[in-house]
Design a protein around this ligand. Structure first.
Ligand SMILES: Cc1cc2nc3c(=O)[nH]c(=O)nc-3n(C[C@H](O)[C@H](O)[C@H](O)COP(=O)(O)OP(=O)(O)OC[C@H]3O[C@@H](n4cnc5c(N)ncnc54)[C@H](O)[C@@H]3O)c2cc1C
Length: 460
């Protein structure tokens, strides 16, 4: 290890190489089930050449390498190995260019979502993908294919990544894609790297597609008397063509907890609250105030027709506070003692059946499973309260298996990481798993990039 440290110091300078034990913040992400681990060494590269040097040296020494953005991930994918090197991208945090003509931003991976939002605001553009944590980095977003509330209208990270610069194991630097929105030119390496959780290559620059900022927004809140009705309302709302920018469901327990957390009174009468099993939150946006008003009227009528007990058009301040409270759901669930958080995705029309089965599974295992979700995408975020790891594993296996059988996937946006790799191995078609392993081996023959992530270690 002393030789490795000496070589890294020679390449990056003493200030940018340190033992992993010195900074506890770099030993964990926000996953509830993967324990913190100190890397043998942490490096803070300042440029692509530094990253190339690190990967060259790591390949030579055959040590595991884990990339880290801001550590807000939910799957333990940024938790390093005790015998490995953690590559922290905090110094590579420049917005390199906002190209107004092409609606493109070029950023280094350590740029946060909040910083990109500041940089695009003055020119009337924005990066519309909004995973709930503004401190997350674009490198982390790319590696997890992050989603968030606005995916129902704008799509997820992969729909906005036009190209990347990435460093391969051994130190070669590649560029994929570019400032164009279509390509039919061979295998799409950009899209292969998006969502690969730091297992194929380290991303050192991202070219992102931007959108024009919209000016007029309205948020409707609709309580429903049953879970079935709230989730069954989603496909007709999408089919209406009203094009919601946010379409979330929140169960009554979660709504009570997240509004209490930020001391938010939405003015809902007590008798309505008492009969509500769950709520839909629908945000609409338009560039024209008149058209927005028409859409709000039409959607209000539709929600009533679909069984909402009432429909509230929230004043701007309350609407923003509710969205903010919803984004903080994770912290509320964590403070309440949730033992795990999952984000299964199913076809949106299958949500009523999925949630019904989740309730039965929870009951069978004497556990509590509550939550909310990006209903427009069929992406259900559930807080699982079951302290016994073995019971929880059985419960989660059944829950993921039901999602899978309904045509869904284990994770819609948080990723597999270390936390869900056992379930990934249990539920993925072995032929597909074998092909994924061959792809991994083509990029990383010695298996040094995030070896504990995605695959069972013996399978990697
Ligand atoms: C309160 C809260 C709410 C959240 N809400 C959402 C949500 O609604 N939707 C959603 O999708 N996510 C959500 N997240 C999860 C999180 O914000 C995302 O997973 C985010 O994309 C991770 O970014 P990061 O910079 O923190 O990455 P990290 O956690 O540091 O890393 C995540 C992964 O990216 C890899 N990585 C990081 N940088 C690079 C790089 N340069 N090259 C290659 N690999 C790299 C890491 O190795 C790891 O595999 C939420 C998190 C919190 C705490």
């Amino acid at each position: 290890m002393a030789d490795l440290q000496a070589r890294l110091v020679e390449a990056l300078g003493e200030r940018h190489v340190s033992p992993g034990a010195t900074d506890p913040d770099l030993q964990h992400d926000e996953c509830l089930t993967v324990p913190p681990t100190a890397a043998a060494l942490v490096v803070h590269p300042g440029c692509t050449a530094d990253v190339a040097a690190v990967l060259r040296i790591a390949a030579e020494f055959r040590v595991p390498v884990t990339a880290r953005g801001r550590g807000t991930g939910m799957s333990g994918a940024a938790v390093p190995r005790p015998d490995g090197v953690l590559v922290a991208f905090d110094r590579m945090d420049a917005v390199l260019e906002i190209d107004e003509g092409n609606h493109v931003a070029v950023v280094q991976p350590g740029v946060t979502l909040a910083r990109l939002d500041e940089a695009t605001r003055p020119v009337g553009l924005f990066y519309p993908v909004s995973p709930g944590e503004g401190s997350a980095s674009l490198g982390g977003n790319v590696a997890t294919n992050a989603g968030g509330m606005r995916a129902v209208r704008y799509g997820v990270t992969r729909h906005h990544v036009l190209g990347v610069e990435a460093v391969l194991v051994g130190g070669e630097v590649i560029r994929t894609g570019g400032r164009y929105v279509k390509t039919s030119s061979g295998y799409d390496l950009t899209q292969l790297i998006v969502g690969s959780e730091g297992t194929l290559a380290l991303v050192t620059e991202v070219t992102l597609r931007l959108s024009p900022r919209t000016t007029h927004q309205a948020t409707l809140l609709a309580p429903f008397p049953t879970f079935g009705a709230v989730t069954a309302a989603v496909p007709p709302i999408i089919a209406s063509g009203v094009g919601p920018v946010i379409l979330e469901y929140i169960d009554f327990l979660t709504m009570a907890a997240i509004t209490a957390n930020v001391d938010l009174d939405l003015g809902i009468p007590q008798q309505v609250k008492e009969t509500a099993q769950a709520y839909l939150v629908v945000m609409l946006e338009q560039r024209d105030a008149g058209r927005l008003e028409e859409d709000v009227g039409r959607l209000g009528d539709q929600l009533t027709g679909l069984g909402a007990t009432d429909v509230y058009v929230l004043p701007g301040g309350s609407a923003h506070r509710l969205i903010d409270a919803r984004e903080k759901t994770f912290w509320v669930a964590k403070a309440a003692g949730a033992n795990d958080i999952v984000d299964v995705v199913v076809p949106r029309a299958a949500m009523p059946e999925f949630l019904d089965q989740v309730r039965q599974i929870a009951e069978q295992h004497s556990s509590h499973v509550v939550g909310c979700g990006h209903a427009g995408d069929g992406n259900v975020h559930l807080g699982v309260f079951q302290p016994d790891p073995q019971v929880r594993h059985r419960l989660l296996h059944e829950l993921f298996a039901v999602g899978h059988a309904l045509g869904g996937a284990i994770s819609g946006e948080h990723g597999i990481g270390q936390a869900k790799r056992h379930f990934f191995a249990e539920l993925t078609d072995p032929t597909v798993l074998a092909l994924l392993r061959r792809l991994k081996a083509a990029f990383d023959p010695d298996g040094i990039l995030n070896p504990a992530v995605l695959f069972e270690e013996t399978d990697a």
